[in-house]
Design a protein around this ligand. Structure first.
Ligand SMILES: [Zn+2]
Length: 346
């Protein structure tokens, strides 16, 4: 388990009662929360003037932030928005904690509690998610609860939400387009790796590869997705994204391969290659590893490390030797169960 020095700071040390330099450290540890064992990074302090038995301490403020990490680790494990994600949503619309709660028709302190100590229930969680994805809905909720705001604040917030609406409604439509292609795969099956399509996860996975991998063009991105899902399936018995792949000339190709290139974490730029135009994929923001579960991150890192420097043709040739490819024919859906026999990665 990781345990490392973060910084040395001067502090009034509660262990020995003297103000001196102590080590502020960070370690991986576990906690039991609501019956769930969660992993998180705990901050603690070390006094070198005391005996080894009782030389650690955690000031109250740091304790609070440790507990916040425990709750967020639990939220992540349960597929709920973390406190940070909640605050991101309201900042996106220029709202304070209480304004966000008022807008959604909740008690004024509800969001404040979610960002500090209470775990939101699923109904509240999904409303916040929907509002994040759909600014039109945010506007509807704001208008519905306009009487809860001063006239001035109402019009300021409305202005901000409308600005977001412009950008996000276009994005929303594109996301809906992807989802609509997957309506026939709503049941968990061998074709989606026993998981229905998770567009949000897919968006993050694509953003990850856009940051971490070289020579990234369309064809290579699609192979990286297949390997990610295949390796994850092999380890955990389900896919990571829920994409369904078809056997095509250049290897596995997800249903909706053109549509998924519209996710907001990547940008496709045209590039002259010899006599032809190539479509290079670049990230729109830096990788945020904290959005992934530990198991997910380890698969992403494995796939990125393996294929980092492969050219499109190399990864296509590599995939052509997989049982999943050899045992399926043109345009046939590739069952995830064939991923059990991946030739090398595991
Ligand atoms: Zn001390």
């Amino acid at each position: 388990m990781k345990d490392k020095l973060f910084e040395n700071i001067e502090i009034n040390c509660p262990v020995c009662g003297v103000t001196h330099m102590v080590e502020k450290r960070l370690r991986e540890t576990q906690a039991l929360f609501k019956g769930e064992v969660v992993n998180y990074e705990e901050v603690y302090f070390l006094c070198d003037k005391a005996d080894d038995e009782e030389n650690e301490f955690v000031p109250a403020k740091v304790m609070d932030s440790n507990l916040l990490k425990v709750r967020d680790a639990y939220r992540k494990a349960k597929g709920l928005l973390t406190s940070y994600e909640i605050s991101e949503i309201r900042s996106y619309y220029g709202l304070t904690q209480s304004e966000f709660a008022l807008m959604l028709g909740w008690g004024e302190v509800t969001v404040t509690r979610y960002e500090s100590k209470t775990i939101q229930d699923e109904t509240y969680d999904s409303l916040m998610r929907m509002v994040r994805e759909n600014s039109m809905l945010a506007l509807e909720y704001l208008d519905k609860h306009s009487e809860r705001f001063s006239e001035k604040r109402y019009s300021e917030i409305r202005h901000c939400v409308k600005k977001r609406l412009d950008v996000s409604s276009r994005m929303y439509l594109k996301m809906q387009e992807i989802k609509s292609l997957y309506t026939q795969f709503e049941e968990a099956s061998d074709y989606n790796g026993f998981k229905t399509l998770d567009v949000e996860k897919l968006t993050r996975v694509m953003g990850y590869f856009a940051n971490e991998v070289n020579h990234l063009y369309k064809v290579k991105m699609m192979k990286l997705l297949w390997y990610t899902d295949a390796v994850y399936y092999r380890r955990h018995g389900k896919s990571m994204t829920g994409l369904v792949y078809e056997h095509m000339t250049f290897g596995a190709l997800p249903i909706g391969f053109n549509e998924i290139l519209n996710v907001p974490t990547i940008q496709v730029v045209e590039e002259m290659m010899y006599e032809d135009i190539g479509y290079k994929i670049i990230p729109t923001s830096k990788t945020d590893e904290s959005v992934f579960l530990k198991d997910e991150l380890s698969v992403l890192q494995l796939v990125a490390d393996k294929f980092k420097d492969y050219r499109s043709k190399q990864i296509v040739d590599y995939m052509h030797e997989e049982k999943a490819y050899v045992e399926t024919s043109d345009h046939e859906l590739i069952p995830y169960s064939l991923a059990k026999d991946l030739k090398e990665l595991s």
